[in-house]
Write a protein that binds this ligand. Structure first.
Ligand code: PLP
Length: 350
């Protein structure tokens, strides 16, 4: 049986004797070596960490297993979050497991279909507001202050604690830290978590150094890059469509302490990387996930030399969550009569 991350990394997590240890199968996600793009972009060794292989299809499960364990330990009967989609899918699953009332607030019309399907399937109360993620988060903060409800957004420190285990797994798999860590940045909880994990492993003597953190926002939702709040963030990568990241300062600390950058990539760069990942590497991530690879490509094209270096791109979520974009971004199926010759002809075999 797969161990829970709560068990596997117990020494590094805020557990007490009363914290319930359980798992829905999160953790131990694959670290896949690139076959094509590594050579194409001159990387010493390029890996993709497939966080879409978590139980609800994104890295959010690592944080949620910890946050919900603490909510249960503290006697909460209800959990709540704001979400661009994946946090709600994850909260709904872990809430269902524990029989908690789960309420999620999402921006109406700007959440990928697969994610919405998950939240409703797990039985969460889904409220779609006429507003964006940042407004949803503000409402959830007010609700959690007023009512006995545990807030499970990444401002909840237990989320960061759980998510930092991604860094532990990478070091455990590679034997040391990678030189460069490429990651999409939305609310900035994940870059904060990975940096915390790398620093803790380094301090514990389990890694010889720390990686350079390379974070990427979408150009239309790049408040950290622009150094000001973006009132109306826009990008096809809905998971990073955030104009006022909750972990803004911590992301800047990760960037500066690691000697890294937080830069932006355009929607076209994201879609191009999304397409390459699927067609050249057999990896179907959701659009936001591809911001990590888009960022690597932009950096290399801008002069960053990764020869002899190890780089990891975090593929944060599963491509199935956003089927609309997949169908729009690729060639449509070919419609033919049910005849052998027609198929041969269309494949140039006739
Ligand atoms: C949440 C999410 C992100 C952004 O992570 P932050 O912690 O908000 O920076 C990126 N990709 C996917 C698939 C996500 O679900």
């Amino acid at each position: 049986m797969k161990p829970s991350i709560l068990q596997k990394y117990s020494d590094f997590l805020p557990l007490t004797d009363n914290t319930p240890i359980y798992t829905l199968g999160e953790c131990d996600t694959p670290l896949v070596r690139s076959r094509v793009l590594e050579k194409e972009f001159g990387v010493g060794a390029l890996y993709f960490k497939l966080e879409g292989c978590n139980p609800t299809g994104s890295f959010k499960d690592r944080g949620m297993v910890m946050a919900v364990a603490k909510a249960v330990e503290e006697g909460s009967k209800a959990i709540m979050c704001a979400s661009t989609g994946n946090t709600s899918a994850s909260a709904a699953a872990y809430g269902a497991y524990w029989g908690l009332m789960t309420c999620v607030i999402v921006p109406h019309g700007n959440i990928a279909m697969g994610k919405l399907a998950q939240a409703v399937a797990y039985g969460a109360r889904v409220i779609a507001i006429d507003g964006n993620f940042d407004q949803a988060l503000s409402l959830v903060r007010q609700m959690a202050e007023k009512h006995p409800i545990a807030m499970v957004n990444s401002v909840n420190p237990n989320r960061i604690e759980g998510q930092k285990t991604g860094a532990f797994e990478i070091v455990d798999a590679l034997g040391d830290v990678p030189d460069y860590h490429f990651i999409p940045v939305g609310n900035a909880g994940n870059i904060t978590s990975y940096w915390k994990g790398y620093v803790e492993y380094n301090n514990a003597g389990k890694a010889s150094k720390r990686p350079v953190m390379m974070g990427f926002q979408a150009e239309g939702a790049a408040p950290i890059v622009k150094d000001h709040i973006v009132e109306n963030p826009e990008t096809i990568a809905t998971a990073i469509r955030i104009g006022n990241p909750a972990s803004w300062e911590k992301a800047i600390i990760a960037r500066d302490e690691s000697g890294g950058v937080i830069d932006s990539v355009t929607d076209n760069e994201i879609l191009s990387a999304y397409n390459m990942l699927a067609t050249k590497e057999g990896i179907f991530g959701e659009p936001a996930s591809a911001a990590s690879l888009a960022g690597l490509i932009k950096s290399v094209n801008g002069g960053l030399n990764l020869a002899g270096k190890t780089a990891v791109c975090i593929i944060t979520g599963n491509g199935l969550k956003d089927p609309d974009i997949a169908l729009k971004a690729a060639k449509p199926p070919i419609k033919l009569p049910s005849k052998l010759e027609a198929i041969e002809q269309s494949l140039d075999l006739g």
